[in-house]
Design a protein around this ligand. Structure first.
Ligand SMILES: NC(=O)c1ccc[n+]([C@@H]2O[C@H](COP(=O)([O-])OP(=O)(O)OC[C@H]3O[C@@H](n4cnc5c(N)ncnc54)[C@H](OP(=O)(O)O)[C@@H]3O)[C@@H](O)[C@H]2O)c1
Length: 364
């Protein structure tokens, strides 16, 4: 299938670890995305490897380069630095905006641009990767099961590896502290201030509270006013986390961030194809009301495989004009069952002793 005459997709950050995987899969599925990024040589390298057009530009100049583009998929993170200028450019040029952020404050800022986007007929849909497609779908599924829920808890576990870019983003999030949502407002606190023991389906794990993007997205998708998110850390991140907590107490925060970023560059390589194929992620969710409690779980492929698949699935739907204008979350745009359109995903509902399983029937 060729999509070359179809509406145009531009992948920004296309030579990063995730951007490359996204471009590769898009091409394998017959798309011809425009390949973009701030480094001219690296951008051209990816474009040439796939016979695609290169669009090197700094994110601050994006508005000058989106004229013929229908949808931008921003893979250049940390998104704290790239989302705002790209969102401005998208609203100005009436281009739909997608990214793979998981950063809480980025979601909150993009949410505030929803009115301008709606007026321009533009969709702003951040978080089309592993953060937060499965978690947002699980949150809305739990809300569908218990519509009067007042409390939502989500927990994640991934034993696959982590890429340098993701680890740097996690470390800068750790630097800016943790959060929970209470009575509809974000409340900031120390990261890891809460712990919870969670059964992801393979025994109990201890998880720590983290300021995951769902504190924004799940609130906007479900309206549930009290939300906590927990993470059971993968091994290489666990080491970096303890180091950053230790160092954060005794050194200047910027110096610590710089030192940790350098360490990440020296010692961390992203997971290879074998690790991505073998890896799995687990998500657990619980919704509570004053007199009821429901629990559901998701099992998904490795976070990077998942990110590439969800990002392209959503991009395809947005290119097809299926997304409403204005600010959207994955599930507000496409419903809680979106995640079951991804191959290899299983959803389990626990109802007392009864276990209800649903599996994605989508082909690879
Ligand atoms: N949603 C998810 O589940 C998910 C999954 C994977 C990754 N992520 C997130 O996606 C981001 C990328 O991860 P990765 O592993 O692909 O990282 P990576 O390999 O380090 O790639 C990052 C890319 O972003 C570009 N970039 C960074 N800052 C930029 C800026 N200010 N202006 C223009 N380009 C900029 C980099 O270009 P230079 O090399 O020129 O700096 C590079 O192309 C991270 O924030 C990560 O947390 C999310």
């Amino acid at each position: 299938m060729s999509h070359s005459d179809s509406p145009r997709l531009l992948v920004y950050g296309a030579y990063g670890y995730t951007g490359r995987l996204v471009v590769e899969r898009a091409v394998a599925h017959g798309y011809e995305p425009l390949v973009a990024g701030r480094d001219r040589t690296k951008t051209r390298g990816v474009a040439t490897a796939h016979g695609l057009q290169a669009r090197p530009f700094a994110v601050e100049d994006a508005a000058d380069h989106l004229g013929t583009v229908d949808v931008v998929l921003n893979c250049a993170g940390p998104f704290d630095q790239t989302a705002d200028p790209m969102v401005d450019a998208c609203i100005e040029t009436e281009t739909d905006y997608l990214d793979i952020t998981g950063e809480l404050q980025v979601f909150e800022r993009i949410h505030r641009r929803g009115g301008d986007a709606e007026a321009a007929g533009v969709t702003l849909l951040p978080g089309v990767g592993f953060d937060v497609v499965p978690t947002d779908c699980l949150a809305t599924h739990l809300h569908r099961r218990l519509p009067d829920a007042t409390h939502l808890s989500l927990a994640l576990e991934s034993e696959g590896g982590v890429s340098p870019g993701t680890l740097k983003t996690m470390l800068s999030d750790i630097g800016s502290g943790g959060a929970v949502r209470r009575d509809g407002d974000l409340r900031f606190e120390q990261i890891g201030a809460r712990t919870r023991v969670v059964d992801f389906g393979e025994g109990l794990r201890r998880a720590i509270s983290i300021p995951w993007g769902d504190l924004s997205t799940a609130y906007h998708s479900t309206g549930i006013p009290n939300i906590d998110v927990y993470l059971s850390l993968p091994k290489n991140a666990r080491r970096a986390f303890s180091l950053s907590r230790y160092a954060g107490g005794v050194l200047d925060a910027d110096q610590v961030q710089r030192a940790l970023s350098w360490l990440v560059d020296q010692y961390v390589e992203g997971p290879d194809e074998a690790a991505r194929s073998a890896g799995e992620a687990h998500i657990w969710g619980e919704a509570r009301s004053s007199n009821d409690r429901v629990v559901s779980r998701l099992r998904t492929p490795d976070t990077y495989r998942m990110t590439v698949r969800t990002a392209l699935l959503v991009a395809e739907k947005v290119l097809d004009g299926e997304a409403p204008a204005g600010y959207q979350t994955p599930a507000s745009a496409f419903g809680p069952d979106l995640v079951l359109e991804v191959p290899g995903v299983e959803r389990v509902d626990l109802n007392g002793d009864e276990v209800v399983r649903e599996e994605s029937t989508a082909a690879e």
